[in-house]
Design a protein around this ligand. Structure first.
Ligand SMILES: O=S(=O)(c1ccc(O)cc1O)N1Cc2ccccc2C1
Length: 402
């Protein structure tokens, strides 16, 4: 029985991974949610969820063996197999009232099953590093970076679909106010900025007994003076801002702790609405970091520190796995935005969140499993095609002749 179920799983994986995921725009989420039909949503999801699950499951299978065969990654893989099978139960059933209700309950179970994917994958990276004796070759590091970005983007998108369906058709549909599922049609950016700042500041005060102040300015190319609002997922924006505020507060306090007790330079936030982009820039005077290190901040391998003990996690409030920045950038990129860090060593860092100003341009950005992505896992790091520094021999010869 096991072997036949394995064979049918492999067949179903090949079938569903043969389809490309269908990206939805924020506008489509809104238009559908305004007069939502549970049956249509069910019919869409019982196909789209297996497609998205199968696409990423095929990539999990392509991981380097020394990561794929760790206990943690095997466990994550088993969660995906179970969830894939759970959704396939609905492939051919009638959309009766009880089947629709059971579907919502199963989606809640699936969401909860995958709650710890990020921590468990980080644990898998640590296990792999320990098994490898610490040093990981560059090709493995770059394919792990490539894979984790795609795994977490896929996970963000699947949780978005599940959250919309369970919020719209679950047990508390009317507690939404103006919200459509997890989308706010009139999200006031500065409100979320203040909310994230206050919560980060609370942690900062608890640990450092001080925190930098906040200054907010708004600039709108169209309606000057009124608060800048947009259709977005407030919880995604909050996650990004909370992470950036934690980094900036730690930088400012640690950079200025050498000085006397004169006051800390404030964090300056600019919220700008243009025709195409909405930007939220957080500027700190935390001393910045050298350009040579700034691209490390978005690395999973670099930021996979040895597991902080449980006590450390809440005592050192701003230290965690350090996956906050790469995941924050994925939330921004999910709806075709981005996060960019611009640091001036010795002075401070600007962090800019870019969002799409128009909801019909804010399309989901989804990983697609195909020949291109498969090739990436076999890629070797290209030999250099720019001179980095003159080889010693040439330099010595040059000096010898002078
Ligand atoms: O690298 S940073 O410039 C920096 C990175 C991201 C960010 O959002 C804000 C930042 O300021 N910065 C993080 C940090 C932590 C402790 C001590 C000094 C610093 C400097």
């Amino acid at each position: 029985a096991a072997s036949s179920s394995m064979a049918s799983l492999a067949k179903m994986l090949d079938f569903y991974s043969g389809f490309n995921p269908s990206p939805l725009s924020i506008k489509q989420f809104m238009d559908f949610g305004q007069n939502a039909c549970e049956k249509k949503s069910f019919i869409f999801l019982r196909k789209e969820l297996p497609v998205r699950l199968a696409n990423i499951m095929k990539e999990i299978a392509l991981l380097p063996d020394n990561l794929l065969h760790t206990r943690s990654v095997s466990e994550v893989s088993s969660w995906y197999v179970k969830s894939f099978e759970d959704v396939l139960e609905y492939e051919k059933v009638e959309p009766t009232h009880e089947n629709l209700q059971k579907f919502v309950r199963d989606l809640d179970l699936i969401r909860n099953r995958h709650n710890d994917v990020v921590q468990t994958m980080a644990q898998g990276v640590i296990e792999m590093k320990e098994n490898e004796g610490g040093n990981v070759e560059a090709p493995t590091e770059s394919s792990i970076q490539y894979f984790l970005d795609r795994l977490y983007m896929s996970r963000i998108s699947i949780r978005m679909l599940i959250n919309q369906h369970t919020l719209l058709f679950g047990s508390s549909p009317h507690s939404q106010g103006r919200h459509i599922g997890c989308l706010d049609p009139a999200c006031d950016i500065s409100d979320v900025v203040r909310d994230a700042y206050e919560n980060a500041r609370f942690l900062c005060d608890q640990y450092y007994l001080t925190s930098p102040a906040l200054e907010i300015q708004q600039h709108s190319s169209t309606d000057e003076g009124i608060p800048i609002r947009t259709v977005y997922v407030p919880s995604h924006l909050y996650y990004m801002l909370f992470e950036l505020f934690k980094n900036s507060m730690r930088a400012v306090v640690e950079h200025h702790n050498q000085d006397s007790c004169d006051s800390l330079p404030p964090l300056k936030v600019h919220i700008c609405r243009g025709k195409e982009d909405i930007c939220v820039k957080i500027s700190d005077q935390g001393g910045g970091i050298p350009r040579s290190q700034s691209d490390q901040l978005f690395k999973y391998m670099y930021s996979t520190a040895p597991q902080p003990s449980k006590s450390d996690l809440h005592t050192v409030p701003l230290a965690g796995y350090g996956y906050g920045l790469p995941i924050s950038r994925l939330y921004a990129r999910y709806f075709h935005g981005d996060i960019v860090l611009l640091s001036c060593e010795g002075f401070g860092t600007d962090a800019i969140i870019y969002l799409k100003a128009l909801s019909d341009e804010a399309n989901e950005l989804l990983p697609i499993f195909n020949k291109t992505s498969s090739k990436f896992y076999r890629a070797t790091v290209p030999t250099g095609d720019w001179s980095n520094q003159s080889s010693d021999m040439n330099a010595r010869q040059l000096n010898a002749t002078i």
